[in-house]
Design a protein around this ligand. Structure first.
Ligand code: SF4
Length: 157
């Protein structure tokens, strides 16, 4: 059935901004990168049981150049920090960051000189997900919150 036949006499109007945001929020591709225990929950979220595919986000990309969401899932040590920043910098614009779990958000239980006390000191975090570890449902909720944020973004440039 063609689009004409399907829509009949109905007319759909929208703004370019809404259309672009809809496309972006419906196909968030996370970078396939995990740091610690939280990463296991992140991987489980993509399984058939939790079905991250409903949000177009099950395509974890092995290359940051094909990804637009960095899910910082786990403890960020100072030794690992340059790699996390490098991955973020290599990702395509526009891009977003989710701090998944207590460690990524605030250092969690690791209040030591070797652990970053919140990745937001180095990257612009869009969504924080509490928990140690957050369950896959919490990550899915975080992605829904990110989608709501993208819905209201203004087109840049
Ligand atoms: S928040 Fe908890 S589960 Fe997640 S990386 Fe830290 S210690 Fe592990």
């Amino acid at each position: 059935m063609g689009v004409e036949a399907h829509l009949g006499n109905n007319i759909i109007t929208t703004s370019l901004e809404k259309l672009v945001n809809w496309g972006r929020r419906s196909s968030l591709w996370p970078a396939g990168f995990g740091l610690a225990c939280c990463a296991i929950e992140m991987l489980v979220a993509a399984s058939a049981r939790y079905d991250l595919a409903r949000f177009g986000s099950e395509v974890f990309r092995p290359s940051p150049r094909q990804a637009d969401v960095l899910i910082v899932s786990g403890t960020v040590t100072k030794k690992m920090l340059p790699a996390v920043i490098r991955i973020y910098e290599q990702m395509a614009e526009p891009k977003w960051v989710i701090a998944m779990g207590a460690c990524a958000s605030s250092g969690g239980i690791f209040n030591t000189y070797a652990v970053v006390q919140g990745i937001d000191q180095y990257l612009p975090v869009d969504v924080y997900i509490p928990g140690c570890p957050p369950r896959p449902e919490a990550l899915i909720y975080g992605i829904m919150k990110l989608q709501q944020k993208i819905d209201n973004e203004k087109l840049r440039g």
